[in-house]
Design a protein around this ligand. Structure first.
Ligand SMILES: Cc1cc2nc3c(=O)[nH]c(=O)nc-3n(C[C@H](O)[C@H](O)[C@H](O)COP(=O)(O)OP(=O)(O)OC[C@H]3O[C@@H](n4cnc5c(N)ncnc54)[C@H](O)[C@@H]3O)c2cc1C
Length: 357
């Protein structure tokens, strides 16, 4: 009998697995080989100021603190692997209008802790391959997270606990407070089940009564190679070019609401090229292109907690565009809740959605 079955091995599931395992929980993890996981295509940007209107990211300092603690601890246990790194970032303005919006925001709201040096157009310390026609600023407290590296490391740590399969209404059941999963000829029992199923939560019959309002967004990204671009900064403008080593850069991402599949398209390639060439002025080679579906919610906030109809069934999802930032805070909160040592964060509690149905 396990303490907990985690369904979904993306960032939400794997961070939760690590947190629960380290707290002494006996876990099993079920996934159908991450066939449509958003985490395996995520760019890994962690950014305190988002969008064209320069909104400070919701509760950024609090989530970043937990994320840094968690990833640093994993890195030291996992023999000095690097999953998370603070990284310099240049935010380049698109036009004069954007520059003005920023200036207004900068003087009226507390953006200062995230804004370093501000610079004008064609400022000499910005490399000539970076298009800087309207100025910009250096973002403080930004970073990059290596999703694939982290997930691969967790998969090997938990290889003996991982089961390949897909859960639906028919192969999960509850009897006398014990949950049972049947996959092929395997029968797995557990006291708790946690769904960390990303965008597929929107189709999950077990979650149908919760009143969750998904607003799933497809995103495409690519990896490019160029020896002409410096590898010292992330370049960003609602789209980021992130140095990942050996003159390669992950470029992400497009936003598409009307195409709910994970296949990269020619249209996506065009959009990516137009975003890249709006930021840099040098030839590059595309090494690969990928696509995924972000588990975004209408409320733009993640959710977690215990299902009010099925005791012992928990959920953690809606991580949207910020999985790497949110997952550690959420997993620790879930642990506290499971131990009876704390409540679910009221701003994320799944009961909110249930009550407003
Ligand atoms: C192009 C793109 C770029 C992005 N860039 C960034 C970025 O720069 N920074 C950032 O932090 N985030 C980024 N994101 C968002 C990030 O990918 C998500 O926030 C995060 O991956 C969500 O993680 P998850 O674990 O909730 O979902 P997923 O990674 O989708 O994992 C869910 C897992 O559950 C499994 N599953 C689902 N249902 C079942 C079932 N019934 N039974 C068994 N298994 C099941 C799936 O196979 C999957 O592996 C980006 C996303 C995209 C698409």
């Amino acid at each position: 009998m396990h303490d907990c079955i985690i369904i979904g091995a993306g960032i939400a599931g794997m961070v939760t697995a690590r947190v629960l395992h380290d707290a002494g929980y006996d876990i099993a993890i079920i996934d159908n080989a991450r066939k449509s996981s958003a985490s395996i295509v995520a760019a890994g940007l962690i950014n305190p100021i988002t969008g064209k209107r320069f909104e400070p990211s919701w509760r950024y300092d609090e989530f970043l603190l937990k994320a840094r603690q968690f990833y640093t601890e994993c890195e030291s246990i996992d023999e000095e692997q690097v999953y998370y790194r603070p990284f310099p970032m240049l935010r380049i303005f698109a036009d004069e209008k954007e520059h003005d919006i920023f200036q207004k925001k900068y003087t009226t709201e507390y953006l200062g802790r995230y804004v370093g040096e501000q610079f004008g157009p064609e400022y000499s310390s910005i490399h000539p391959t970076i298009k800087n026609l309207h100025g910009g600023f250096r973002t403080l407290n930004a970073g990059k997270f290596d999703y694939v590296h982290f997930l691969n490391a967790m998969s090997s740590t938990f290889s003996s606990c991982m089961v390949n399969g897909f859960i639906d209404k028919g192969n999960l059941s509850r009897n006398n407070d014990v949950w049972t999963v049947t996959i092929d000829n395997q029968v797995i029992h557990s006291r708790k089940v946690i769904f960390c199923d990303g965008w597929q939560g929107s189709k999950n019959p077990w979650l149908a009564d919760l009143g969750l309002r998904y607003d799933i967004v497809k995103g495409e990204s690519c990896i490019i190679r160029t020896t002409l671009l410096p590898e010292t900064d992330i370049i960003s403008r609602g789209f980021a070019i992130i140095p990942i080593g050996n003159h390669t850069f992950r470029c992400a991402a497009t936003f598409q609401w009307n195409e709910l599949h994970t296949i990269p398209t020619a249209f996506g390639a065009e959009r990516l090229d137009s975003r890249i060439t709006s930021l840099i002025d040098c030839p590059y080679e595309v090494l690969e292109q990928s696509a995924g579906l972000r588990p975004t919610m209408f409320e733009h906030k993640p959710f977690m907690g215990e299902h009010p109809i099925y005791p012992g069934l928990l959920v953690m999802g809606g991580l949207g565009t910020k999985g790497a930032l949110y997952a550690p805070y959420m997993a620790y909160n879930l642990l506290e809740y499971l131990r009876g040592a704390g409540d679910i964060d009221p701003e994320m509690n799944v009961l909110q959605a249930f009550q407003r149905r």
